[in-house]
Design a protein around this ligand. Sequence first.
Ligand code: DP6
Length: 320
Amino acid sequence: MTAATAHAHPNIALVKYWGKRDEQLMLPQTGSLSMTLDILPTTTTVELDPDAAADEFVLGDTAAGPAATGRVVRFLDLVRERAGRPERAVVRSVNTAPTGAGMASSAAGFAALAGAASAAYGLPTDARSLSVLARRGSGSAARSVIPGLAVWHAGHDDSSSFAEPVDAPPMRLVAVSVDAPEKAVSSREGMRRTALTSPFHTAWTASASRDLEAMLDACRDGDFSRIGRIAETNALRMHAVTQAADPPIRYLRPSSIAVLDEVQSMRRAGLEAYATADAGPHVFVLARPADADAVARALAPLGEVRVAGPGPGVRVERHD
Ligand code: DP6
């Protein structure tokens, strides 16, 4: 086996991961829960080249820059170490998310890379092994390995920190890409700065753990309203803890706030929807399947909307 391809989708957290216990192993301070979406997949092929002196990373049609290539090479080094194989590789990745849509996610990228690299280098490709490995590239990638709703257990060491499926009622996420610049502070740097300087950080960690327990209960009960309320509160708390960092980190823009306001007025008008946002200006709105089109219509004046449902986990194809 010298080449393999994998497909993975972005995920959006309903209980956020925001803080690391161990940056080397990428262990989070708390568990988190997300929905893997059925839109904007990333496809990655890893082809081993026994004669090459260095790895190569091609993103779309062009060679990736040094920062992205460095992250991919470090990830492949980990795979080579685990597999006990020295070959360098060519990695080709195609991301269908349009630039600026706020969903060009590292989660889908590292989930697909974990799948393709594991198959190419002969490592196990079961969901748990891929989730553990994908986490080392980007924490949230642990969840994109899993279809639909996924809980990522914080764990206490490398092998106990992985994501697995959770049963939940049928839901949609309406992605609203607002007209605002992308994040200036990466999640990695944002988490670091928040932990070091935000006086609310301890409170955030404690409340995120409680939110996860409450969310798992709500999922078990199939209670959409409770799931939505917990998701919205948890997201606003994450944005609060980042804004209290020094220097402050503000991911939400005026156009994001306009979406949050509109979601509130929808609820007042009897259309039940709840908002969440990651480390960027775009907003994701949770709705029941029957309400998703109405929610998308109401939000269309505020940004580019896409209705997403629960998507598949990582899929690996081997090339013999
Ligand atoms: C706000 O997984 O991108 O989207 O582990 O440093 O690569 P690294 O960070 P990343 O952070 C995601 C942060 C978030 C919340 C979440 O997805 O849970």
